[in-house]
Design a protein around this ligand. Sequence first.
Ligand SMILES: [Zn+2]
Length: 243
Amino acid sequence: MNKEEKIQEFQKIIDQAKHIVFFTGAGVSTLSGIPDFRSQDGLYNQKYAYPPEEIISHHYFEENPEEFFRFYKDKMLHLDAKPNIVHTFIAECEKKGKSLGVVTQNIDGLHQAAGSKRVYEIHGSVERNYCEKCHKFFNAEYIKDAEGVPYCDACGGIVKPDVVLYEEGLSEAVLNGAIAAIQSSDVLVVLGTSLVVYPAAGLLRYFGGKYLVLINRDATPYDTAADLVINDTFENVFPKLHI
Ligand SMILES: [Zn+2]
């Protein structure tokens, strides 16, 4: 099949699907201008002394909150970003009753901004932040506007983003919701992830439906297991689809 035929095949799968689950990774956010915070550009080593995996770990947050929040605000908080054509398409599928929801590795809240209601954020969200002492809730703007480390205005505790750091466990409730959705789906569409970030590959194993579709710019280790693989940009694929 050439690329056009593959897109037509994807359209057919969507038309016939009853319960689609979408699984989204960093590539979906990139289209909204949010770079993958794990990637290190040329300037990175001048700005940061450690790799991202070290800075966004639990022990680093505890030991160097100033440096953690410098990285976090610079690389992980993108409050001006807007949902793109992929977020909109996914939200539309849910609205039309075709989708059981979206499982995402992204923490930017853009699926909800597009109108999705059932969103399983396995790595948490920058939109939720809690005081470590009294658990008071704060929005993302509060973190952004704080100078350096954000402190609770009620008790003075450090406000921690509800984002899963390295060395921290995933929320069992969110994982169980994601697994239940995947198990009940007849079509699983994986978008913008190379499936190497934990626990993406493990979650895929719960899928027992009809069609596994992978759309990613580059090949992934799971391409051979998929029923349809489109290695292309979302800008080339999604404008040609309808629900
Ligand atoms: Zn507090």
